[in-house]
Design a protein around this ligand. Sequence first.
Ligand code: IVH
Length: 674
Amino acid sequence: MSGVDEATKARAEWLRAELKRHNELYYQHESPEISDSEYDQLFRELRDLEFAHPELVVESSPTLNVGAAPSGRFEEARHAVPMLSLDNAFGHEELRAFDTRLRNLLGTEEPLEYQVELKYDGASLNLTYRDGKLIRATTRGDGTTGEVVTHNALEIQGIPIELKQNAAGEIEVRGEVVMLKSDFEAVNRARSEKGQQVFANPRNAASGGLRQLDSALTRERKLSFFAYGFGAGGDQFGDSQGDRFAWLQAAGFSLAEKPQVVRGIDAVIAVTEQILAARPGLNFGIDGCVIKVNSIAAQNELGNTSRGPRWAVAYKFPSEQAFTRLNEIKWQVGRTGVLTPVAELEPVSVGGVTVSRATLHNREEMTRKDVRIGDTVIVQRAGDVIPEVVGPVLEKRPSGAEVPLLPTHCPACETPLVQSEGFVALRCPNKRACPDQLASKLIHFVSRKAMDIVGLGEKQIVRFMELGWLSDPASILLLQEHKTQLLELEGMGESSVENLLKAIEASKTQPLDRVIYALGIPLVGERTAKDLAREFRTLEGVMTATAEQFDDVPDIGPRTAEEIAEWFHDPENMAMIARLKDAGIQPIEAAAPTSDLFAGQTFVFTGKLEQFTREDAEALVLKLGGKAAGSVSKNTSVVVAGPGAGSKLAKAESLGVRVMTEAEFLASVPEGSW
Ligand code: IVH
């Protein structure tokens, strides 16, 4: 092999062996050791090397093959049409390059029509139907031959045994088997309780669930199938990708979301951005979008390479997970004194952001996950939620990795910790003088969903506390008194001081629900704060209500009701509120109802609404004298259910609660009231 130096050759060989090993870990053992983006990086390096030095290419290279060979545990079957893979595109530039390449190949300057689909993050499955009846289900395997898992397919939701559309002869329907996020959490909890390795993500759980010898185990995983295309025989079902999807749906397959057909790459990019923003809210994992040329004629003209179709590309989103080393566990003292374990990590990039700390939620979770100092752990960050540790990678545990010790004293004020009866949490009882408790309280008070004081973050709060300016929430509203000193502080220019003081001033007239939330009453989150504001309308109203009155509010249970009443009985808390009032706080009171049309009735909205946001719909109910709740109980009067309604609708039906569509609800309110 002339022209290629030994080092390059060795690197290519190493990359091939590494990729093969990771393929097996991923496809056969469902327990990867590296994140998807690390895999993609290795893959690209090998592909680029082979592109620069074609003499390095060998037939068995992972760049030319898909997946991993079948494991030998199952009967095998050849796919009538190979199950190919997709090329990846990272970033808008690569998407544009894909579009330019296709238009060059097709010889057109006109914008192309594309269907933008979700790229489900699961395991692919090939379903063979003969004369409309399911005869075989096969995994992708190496792309040519897969493992026969028909017995398991019968346990997966969304796979019709018989098609609802005519389909003569043999056809292959392809799609992805996924586990819903909600089911995934339960599966992992059970696994870690049994001391088993947790699944890094729903995909691994789905892939493992699909390849069980005992189909009862597949059923337990509650998997779902989403169809995305055809193998053999698909040509008869429409001239466009969109038409084929419509056929699949009519035949009885579920499509998670309606895919969008758009013209031109700019529109494609806009749709991918929408999907990226919606990702954290979906109940199943996606790792990107698949962009497909909509016209089947154009697809056929473009054809395939040995790896995948030329007419489609996977636009990959940044991975929401990464693997890194856990260096230490620190305990953070929250606003109610409860200690939270926080993992200090070797910094790692997750979803485009460097993460060096991640929450372990609470002591129970930490013990359940059995993370040890020095472990390689899976870290996850979805949307703007706080990064969390999913669990350790047991295969990579170094010998002597230490079980973290539980603290006995508060890390901030050294007070011996207590454990309240019936609770597992460790708490610092030093309510008055623990500096970390106060800092957490103040950080919560100014946060975006509370008083929303922009320009006052954790760093400034700690600094101002050290300077002795902050002793309680009211002292934040009085920072104006330290204006001269503020202006002298390093890093605080005149305009930032002005802006900060303006933001503080503006926060004095926040809506009542924000103020209630900002108070930091245990168990009172945003939703409960809203319920309290709507129900009692003024701060005085809330302060003087009894536990029974709190309990009467829909969605507030007896325990929370007790906790709220107790909080408002504590003279220290009342004094704190009095100081806030002295400092000028004047919450905007919630509006009184304008009618008693819905008096005595409680509404729950679920599923997708077309005309309103859920918040607006709930506000309308309140305006008309009714109540709105988030969960269905025997006290619910009406459930308004839109498309996609799930467990709440089912519960309403089982309790015999009246169910309405959005249109019926609208018809029941007076014209002009919304
Ligand atoms: S089309 C011939 N559409 O992604 C091309 N694949 O990286 C077949 N996947 O093996 C793929 N969602 O398992 C297609 N909407 C979607 C998909 C999708 C997920 C998976 C599929 C495929 C892999 C390719």
